[in-house]
Design a protein around this ligand. Structure first.
Ligand code: ARG
Ligand code: MN
Ligand code: MN
Length: 306
């Protein structure tokens, strides 16, 4: 399929606890992303990076004006508004938006953009649930909050910039969770989202879990957004991330899951948008996490072994 994939770099690090994820887009490009996409049968077009605002104060503990317990929320809002418009216009042009993070707060931009003109399901591959609000977050880091923001939970500043209109809560599916804060647990239980944890993968295997996840994410929706946080994988395989958690999926399980998405996409045309986030080259070993991010993206678009 000759799908045009527009690569949009979002070198944001205002939402993370560690500096360095702003270099993620370069590292993933350097790891032959465009080649991999071509081998998958896509036509990559690189938009370059969105420019990031300069924060007035880089001390993350400094008070961010009227933003509650959400560090750099003003900067994150600016970037996500821009990204959201870029994702929406890419889709309107009939192209596929592929967003390279940056920390996971960029998903507020990709999701609001992608859900503007469609009922949207989400596959969220992550060790973390990322559904804290400024009120519940133990850290104040916005990369732990994007799903709450797009679902309209909690208060993210004074304007309604974060909720995603066409987002279908019952079609949001987590895959591979293993680190959930207490208040996130309550939010998930009281929500319509589905959470497959690492225990589900242990018991049922990745293939059965991903088939169920695909069925839920596509039920009643026009398309699916894939959000891939590299800390979904085990830190032995993906060391270049800011918030590693032991006991993640293996290299093969990750490819199996994303290949399953591409097979479903070949049959039913389900893929709408994607972001690949949290690659931190400063913490990486020989760019292996960025390489993995690049390979897994190619698998999602249909690159096969044979
Ligand atoms: N996208 C991520 N790596 N998120 C990590 C979030 C960690 C923790 N739950 C927090 O709220 O701070
Ligand atoms: Mn994570
Ligand atoms: Mn995340």
């Amino acid at each position: 399929m000759d799908r045009t994939v527009r690569i949009i770099g979002a070198p944001m690090d205002y939402g993370a606890n560690r500096r360095g994820v702003d270099m993620g887009p370069s590292a993933i490009r350097y790891a032959d992303l465009a080649d991999g996409l071509e081998q998958a049968g896509a036509v990559p077009v690189d938009d370059g990076d969105l420019s990031m605002p300069r924060a007035e104060e880089r001390d993350p503990d400094a008070d961010q004006p009227s933003r509650g317990n959400a560090k750099f929320l003003r900067e994150i809002e600016d970037v996500c508004r821009l990204l959201s418009d870029r994702v929406a216009s890419t889709l309107a042009d009939g192209e596929f938006p592929l967003v390279l993070g940056g920390d996971h707060s960029v998903a507020i931009g990709s999701l609001t953009g992608s859900a503007r003109a469609a009922e949207l399901g989400v596959l969220w591959f992550d060790a973390h649930a990322d559904c804290n609000t400024p009120e519940t977050s133990p850290t104040g880091n916005v990369h732990g909050m994007p799903l709450a923001a797009v679902l309209g939970r909690g208060t993210f500043g004074d304007t309604e910039w974060a909720p995603a209109t066409g987002l279908c809560e019952s079609a949001i599916v987590y895959v591979g969770l293993r680190s959930i804060d207490e208040r996130e647990r309550t939010l998930i239980r009281d929500s319509e989202m589905t959470a497959f944890t690492m225990s589900d993968i242990d018991r049922r295997g990745i293939s059965a879990v991903i088939e169920d996840a695909l069925t839920i994410a596509t039920d009643g929706t026009d398309g699916v957004h894939v959000s891939l946080d590299l800390d979904w994988l085990d830190p032995r395989t993906a060391p270049g991330v800011g918030t590693p958690v032991r006991g993640g999926v293996t290299y093969r399980e990750a490819h199996a899951a994303l290949e399953a998405i591409s097979r479903r996409d070949e049959a039913d045309d389900i893929l709408r948008s994607m972001d690949v986030v949290e690659v931190n080259p400063i913490l990486d070993e020989g760019n292996e996490t960025a390489t993995l991010a690049s390979e897994l993206t190619a698998s999602t678009f249909g690159k096969r072994i044979l």
